[in-house]
Ligand binder design. Structure first.
Ligand code: DQA
Length: 148
């Protein structure tokens, strides 16, 4: 099983940016940890990070051809990007939305994600653990869909 882990704008600054909210783990460390975790589940992960909306959309379209699941943290785009929302809706690969922080407990503009209605599920507020749980969820969904 192959999974794309796609991070959006400002997530490249993890470990430096608002550490009280996002923690001390860098994106590189988060990805390395996830890679190790994925091996245990027999999953191959490809991690990408883009700042631009267009790059994220292109990556989602491309993954439609090779991935069986996508973990997406679109950062602030989650709250307003209808273009990203439409891209998620347009592809047939299940997408789990992840946010490190508890977006419901933060500023009002973060309470809504326009992506959630078109995602298979959403995990927020659990830090890096949320990415691991998303892998578990995608693996379980895949297993249910492919079992006779
Ligand atoms: C975030 C939450 C967003 O509101 C914010 O813009 C981010 C990170 C999170 O992982 O908690 O960039 O997606």
């Amino acid at each position: 099983m192959r999974i794309l882990v796609l991070n959006g704008p400002n997530l490249n600054l993890l470990g430096q940016r608002a550490v009280d909210i996002y923690g001390h783990l860098s994106l590189k460390d988060l990805e390395a940890r996830l890679d190790e975790y994925a091996v245990k589940l027999n999953i191959h992960v490809t991690c990408q990070q883009f700042s631009g909306e267009g790059q994220l959309i292109d990556s989602l379209h491309d993954a439609n051809g090779w991935a069986q699941g996508i973990v997406l943290n679109a950062g602030a785009y989650s709250h307003y990007s209808y273009a990203l929302r439409d891209a998620v809706e347009a592809i047939s690969v299940p997408v789990i939305e992840v946010h490190l922080s508890n977006i419901s407990a933060r500023e009002p503009f973060r309470h809504q994600s326009v992506l959630t209605p078109v995602c298979a599920g959403c995990i927020h507020g659990l830090g890096a653990l949320g990415y691991e749980l998303a892998l578990n969820a995608l693996e379980a969904l895949f297993r249910t869909q492919t079992s006779p």
